[in-house]
Design a protein around this ligand. Structure first.
Ligand code: PMP
Length: 457
């Protein structure tokens, strides 16, 4: 494509390398430029309006033009635009937010550590758990187990814990001490005729076998999203978490719940750990904590994790870890106001109610020739597209079908995300039934157009 000289498109191509984009194709395709937000909708530079069916990056819970968050940011910027938390320094917003998070925690938690992104938070968790193992005189206890298709970020440690090939290939990852166990996706990964219950039992047995093979004294922690997000919105079988947690308890292995997507209402309860009855030792939060109005993340640790850390930092003289912007007063002020809005407007209940409505309508497409599986929980759903339902096969190139359908959906005014051949939906938590009706109407057209393009009756 040729771009108008000096246009935003031409300048983007000239100066900007994009995350998660084919850098070479981008020179041809150019950017989609989003200019403004309006509730659950965004408007591009040509004036087209889209339902943001992914809440940006699973993150804009309260919608794209919430004046209270802008006001909270401005107020804090004027009062104290920055202060840090090194060397025992603190400020009101960080203190208020730490207390708020501990009070919201569904299991007893002790302390909050602030960071700036989901990746950074997970990276910090791994480092601090290593530090803890050393503090406890167990330097051999350094391994962390995550899952194939799990997503934990892109820094060196968090990308290692991520279980997706694109985050490892050509990056020389994963690093040592990071292992991957199976993904709980019954539709794709169960053996022929295996029930959900038997599948969950097998995954727990495989985890136990991995721990035994590695040496239980070397395994420190297990990290997982309550529901996998970027790996395909994988809702685990009903008994999965009970069985996995029984294995972790048997070997005294810490559980890290990566709540970066699930946290603050996405699954229809405040945390995914509640929805799946998980008892984590560490909970990682980002995205909806500020509705992404400010880059922000945090993790909570319980006393079992905190106490040895505290002793080790006392022995060394300082906890040698921390980021300049962590616990940023503006970000913390936005988070506090955002959490207030989520509570006052009962957006968690709305996510449960409108989410059930969305999933009910997605399920009504089950008989469509392209639809292999519909899955989801709360306001988080995926529709997996196949060319052959019996064989569960996609088009010649994996992802072709999903991309085509997502492009058609986009043409009809809905932003979704193709995850290989599954379409993901994670709209802002403020959506109502009318918004979902619009999404479903666009989806119907997209599926029919996709079926036609791929010659499916
Ligand atoms: N964990 C999970 C579960 C995520 O979904 C993401 C981001 N999609 C991350 C961690 C990484 O967050 P960030 O992009 O802010 O580094």
């Amino acid at each position: 494509m040729t771009f108008q000289p000096n246009s935003p498109e031409a300048r983007d191509v000239a100066y900007h390398i994009h995350s998660y984009t084919d850098a070479r194709s981008h020179q041809e395709d150019g950017p989609l430029i989003i200019e403004r937000g309006d509730g659950a909708y965004v408007i591009d530079s040509s004036g087209n309006r889209y339902l943001e069916g992914m809440a940006g990056l699973w993150s804009v819970g309260v919608g794209f033009n919430e004046p209270r968050l802008a006001a909270a940011a401005a107020k804090q910027m004027e009062k104290l635009p920055f202060y840090h938390t090194f060397g025992g320094r603190s400020h009101g917003p960080a203190i208020d937010l730490a207390e708020k998070l501990i009070r919201l925690a569904p299991v007893p938690m002790s302390k909050v550590f602030f960071t700036n992104s989901g990746s950074e938070a997970n990276d910090s968790v791994l480092k601090l758990l290593w530090y803890r193992s050393n503090a406890m005189g167990k330097p051999q206890r350094k391994k962390i187990i995550s899952r194939l298709r799990g997503y934990h970020g892109v820094t060196i440690a968090s990308a290692s814990m991520t279980g997706l090939p694109i985050n490892h290939t050509s990056f020389d990852l994963p690093i040592a001490n990071v292992l991957h166990t199976g993904c709980p996706h019954h539709y794709r990964d169960a053996h022929d005729g295996e029930s959900e219950e038997d599948f969950a039992t097998r995954l727990a047995t495989e985890l136990e076998e991995m721990i035994e093979a590695e040496g239980p004294e070397t395994v420190m922690a297990f990290i997982a999203e309550p529901v996998m997000g970027a790996g395909g919105i994988v809702v685990p079988p009903e008994t999965y978490w009970a069985k996995i947690q029984a294995v972790l308890r048997k070997y005294d292995i810490l559980l890290v719940a990566d709540e970066v997507i699930c946290g603050f209402g996405r699954t229809g309860q405040m945390f995914g750990s509640q929805t799946f009855d998980m008892q984590p030792d560490v909970m990682v939060m980002s995205k909806q904590i500020t509705s992404s109005y400010f880059p922000f993340s945090a993790f909570m640790i319980n006393d079992k994790v905190f106490e040895p850390l505290a002793d080790e930092s006392n022995r060394i003289g300082v906890l040698g870890h921390g980021f300049t912007g962590a616990g940023h007063p503006t970000g913390a002020a936005i988070a506090l106001e955002n959490l207030k809005i989520i509570e006052e407007r009962d957006l968690v209940a709305n996510a449960a109610e409108v989410g059930a409505y969305l999933r009910e309508h997605l399920n009504s497409f089950r008989d469509h020739p392209l639809v292999g599986e519909v899955r989801g929980v709360g306001l988080l759903a995926a529709m997996e597209l196949v060319l052959d339902k019996q064989e569960k096969t996609a088009a010649e190139k994996p992802g072709q079908l999903g991309k085509y359908a997502a492009d058609r959906l986009f043409a009809h005014g809905v932003i979704s995300r193709p995850m290989v051949d599954a379409l993901a939906f994670c709209p802002p938590m403020i959506v109502n039934r009318a918004d979902i009706d619009g999404l479903i109407g666009a989806l119907r057209k997209s599926l029919d157009e996709t079926a036609k393009a791929f010659d499916i009756a």
